[in-house]
Design a protein. Structure first.
Length: 407
C-alpha cells in the first residue's frame, strides 16, 4: 500500500526548520527540568514507600497532607489518580514518602505511619478491625467463632464460603469499599444476625489501602545506575552495528538522533509531571530501537540509490530515499501511534507513563529520522567532500548492480 506516489519533497532544504523545532522542544523541556530541580524519579529509583488508597468519597487532601506533616513527613507527595476503565477509582490517591534514613527497615514504619495518619485524620475507630481491609481467612475465623447462623461445630465450611462471598462483594461489586453493612444483605447467607455480628465486630473505615510499593535506598540507587548503563549499552551496540553495516558517520548520526529523541521525551515527562520509573526505562529502550529502525530503513534506501545515482548530488539522493520510504513511514508510525494512544487513554494508571513515553517517542523518533539523522549525514558529506558517505558503493558487486540497473 502506498499513500504517496512520485513524491518530490526537498527535505534537506528545510533543515533549518527541523533544527529550530528540535532546539525549541529541548529548551522548553529542559527548562522545566531545571526549574523542577531535576527529573521526578519514581519509587523504583529514589527509594521510599508508595501507598495506593481508595476512598468512599472525595478524599480530604489538605487534611491528609497536614496530618503527614504533623507526623514528620512534610515532603510527602499526594497525587490523585484515576483510571477510565475502573469507575471505582475516581477517589483514588497515591501517597509517597521518601526515605528518612538509609535503613530498609524503616519501610514498615512508613506504612504504619500512613495508616495511622489516615485513621486519625478521618476519625476511624482503631479499637475494631476494619472490614474494608480484613482478609478472607480472618473474616472466616471471626464468623466461626461468633456463629451468627447457629450452625454449631459443623459451621467451618459454610462460614469459609460466606466469608469468601462477603469479600468478593466488597472487592468486586464495591471496589473494596463498603460504606454500610446493609450493602452486604444481597450476599447469599448474609442474614440480619450476620450483619449485626459484623457491625459489632468491625468498623468501616472510609478508605482502604489497595497496594503498597516499597523500595530501599540501596536498591533504588542500583536500579538507577543499571537503567543508565542499559540505555548506554543499547546505544553503543547500535552504533557499532550501523558503523559496520554502513559507515561510521551513519552510526554516529543515528545515535545522535536517538539521544535527541530521549532528551525530548524526558523533557516532556518533566513538563507533564510524570515520574521516571522502570516501566518508563523500558519505554525509552523501546523508543531507541523503534527510532533506530526507522533511521536504518532510510539509510538502507540511501545506499541503494547511491548505486544508481552516482552523478546526482548527495542531498538529492537522501531526499529521494526519504520520499521513497514516506508511505512506509506513515503506515508503520501511524499505526504504532494509534496503538500507543489507545494504550495511553484506556490502559490505566499503571501503564500511563509507559504509554506517554511511547506516544511522544513515536512522534519524535519518526521526525528525527529524516529531520535530524539524515541532515547530519548530508552535512558531513559536504564537510568531508563526499568521503565516508558512499557506504562502500564502489565494490565489485555494487558495480554489477549499477550495470544491471542501467540495462
Amino acid at each position: 500500500m502506498e499513500f504517496f506516489k512520485s513524491v518530490n519533497i526537498d527535505w534537506m532544504s528545510k533543515v533549518k526548520y527541523f533544527v529550530a523545532l528540535s532546539l525549541l522542544l529541548l529548551a522548553v523541556g529542559w527548562i522545566s527540568v531545571l526549574r523542577s530541580h531535576g527529573l521526578d524519579y519514581g519509587i523504583d529509583f529514589r527509594g521510599g514507600t508508595l501507598v495506593y488508597v481508595r476512598f468512599a468519597s472525595t478524599p480530604p487532601l489538605d487534611q491528609i497532607r497536614n496530618g503527614l506533616s504533623a507526623a514528620g513527613f512534610p515532603n510527602s507527595s499526594i497525587k490523585s489518580i484515576s483510571d477510565i476503565s475502573d469507575p471505582n477509582s475516581k477517589n483514588d490517591i497515591v501517597i509517597g514518602l521518601e526515605q528518612k534514613s538509609q535503613s530498609d527497615q524503616s519501610l514498615d514504619s512508613d506504612r504504619q505511619t500512613i495508616l495511622g495518619v489516615l485513621q486519625k485524620t478521618l476519625g476511624s475507630d482503631a479499637s475494631k478491625s476494619d472490614f474494608n481491609s480484613i482478609s478472607t481467612s480472618d473474616l472466616a475465623a471471626y464468623l466461626i467463632q461468633k456463629d451468627p447462623l447457629t450452625l454449631g461445630p459443623t459451621s467451618a465450611d459454610r462460614y469459609n464460603q460466606l466469608a469468601q462471598e462477603l469479600i468478593d462483594a466488597r472487592n468486586a461489586d464495591r471496589g473494596g469499599i463498603v460504606a454500610n453493612f446493609d450493602e452486604l444483605k444481597s450476599v447469599d447467607g448474609a442474614t440480619q444476625p450476620v450483619i449485626n455480628s459484623l457491625s459489632s465486630g468491625f468498623s468501616l473505615a472510609p478508605f482502604t489501602i489497595r497496594n503498597v510499593d516499597s523500595v530501599g535506598p540501596t536498591v533504588g540507587g542500583q536500579l538507577r545506575r543499571q537503567a543508565i548503563f542499559a540505555t548506554l549499552y543499547a546505544l553503543g551496540g547500535m552504533l557499532v552495528y550501523i558503523a559496520f553495516r554502513f559507515e561510521w558517520v551513519y552510526g554516529a548520526a543515528a545515535v545522535i538522533a536517538v539521544f535527541h529523541d530521549v532528551l525530548i521525551t524526558l523533557g516532556f515527562f518533566s513538563l507533564f509531571h510524570y515520574e521516571i520509573s522502570l516501566t518508563v526505562i523500558a519505554a525509552l529502550l523501546t523508543l531507541v530501537g523503534y527510532s533506530m529502525n526507522d533511521t536504518i530503513v532510510i539509510f538502507d534506501r540511501v545506499r541503494e540509490d547511491l548505486k544508481i545515482m552516482r552523478r546526482d548530488a548527495f542531498p538529492d539522493v537522501v531526499n529521494r530515499a526519504i520520499n521513497q520510504t514516506l508511505s512506509r513511514t506513515i503506515l508503520t508510525s501511524g499505526l504504532t501511534f494509534l496503538t500507543v494512544l489507545v494504550l495511553y487513554v484506556l490502559g490505566g494508571q499503571a501503564l500511563r507513563a509507559f504509554a506517554f513515553a511511547m506516544v511522544v517517542g513515536v512522534i519524535v523518533g519518526t521526525y528525527s529520522s529524516f529531520g535530524i539523522a539524515a541532515p547530519i549525514v548530508v552535512a558531513w558529506n559536504k564537510y568531508s567532500g563526499g568521503k565516508g558517505t558512499a557506504m562502500r558503493a564502489g565494490s565489485a558487486a555494487d558495480t554489477r548492480t549499477v550495470a544491471a540497473a542501467r540495462r
